[in-house]
Design a protein around this ligand. Structure first.
Ligand code: 1GP
Length: 251
């Protein structure tokens, strides 16, 4: 089964999924493996590996290898640039930062990395990436024309464009560690505009906020910073995503 099939099948069974983001720069590879094993035990569905800086080369390869060794979850690259490719992962989110002002982040980096990605043998999952205010480091480095929080219709247009361009997933990103997560109303309206899975991440700090995102329409909730700042909330956060997902299924 491919990773995309795994995501689609698990979504149809669980109603909502939780993905964990591990940044190779934040710990050594061995520790990343230990973290992944704990995350699997807590019920997360997939491990994303990436970061805006430093997530490349040997550190990336070794981190992915340790995570693969320590857990049985799919490991998917979440590249911050052309260096974010490792043949040891299961798949790569082949992302286009659709609302960047700089064509490099929409198609340029993708062109530079395309042959490398093909040669790697990685499963490629095309994903539309849309950055919402406040946007954090990715908004800054990706030169995003940040979508205002009170303009959900703009987010809807980008999400639908992603679907029409053949992308398999849409990711609404508020920025890692953002002071505010993607607004619930925006999630609700975007979900109504598309029929591909919707991922929401950035600034989700606790179980009730994660639950709200699912109830608003997020198919997949991503947390990263919680691992460093409030690891004691992770288990309950994952459980709240799953409970909210199942409640959507029975509706
Ligand atoms: C970042 O959306 C992810 O790309 C996760 O964000 O670190 O704020 O959880 P946090």
């Amino acid at each position: 089964m491919s990773t995309l099939e795994y995501i689609e099948r698990k979504l149809s069974e669980d109603g909502a999924l939780h993905f964990s983001l591990i940044d190779p720069e934040k710990q050594d590879p061995e520790k990343a493996g230990e973290i992944a094993s704990k995350l699997e035990e807590m019920g997360t569905d997939l491990v994303m590996v990436g970061g805006s800086t430093g997530a490349f080369g040997t550190l990336l390869d070794e981190t992915v290898k340790e995570i693969k060794r320590s857990c049985s979850l799919p490991v998917v690259l979440f590249p911050g640039g052309i260096g974010g490719v490792s043949k040891y992962a299961d798949a790569i989110f082949f992302m286009s930062l659709l609302n960047s002002r700089n064509p490099h982040y929409i198609t340029g980096a993708q062109a530079q990395a395309s042959f490398l990605v093909m040669k790697s043998g990685l499963e490629v999952i095309p994903m539309g990436y849309v950055v919402i205010e406040p946007g954090g480091a990715v908004g800054f480095f990706g030169e995003a024309n940040l979508i205002p929080r009170d303009k959900p219709e703009i987010a809807c247009s980008y999400a639908l464009a992603a679907q029409l361009m053949g992308m398999k997933l849409v990711y609404l990103e508020a920025g890692s560690g953002a002071r505010e997560s993607v607004p619930n109303e925006m999630i609700y309206l975007v979900k109504k505009s598309i029929n591909i899975p919707l991922i929401v991440g950035g600034g989700i700090r606790n179980p009730s906020e994660a639950k709200e995102k699912v109830l608003a329409g997020a198919d997949i909730v991503v947390t990263g910073t919680m691992l460093e700042r409030k690891p004691e909330l992770l288990r309950e956060t994952i459980t709240s995503v799953k409970t909210a997902g199942l409640s959507k299924l029975v509706k």
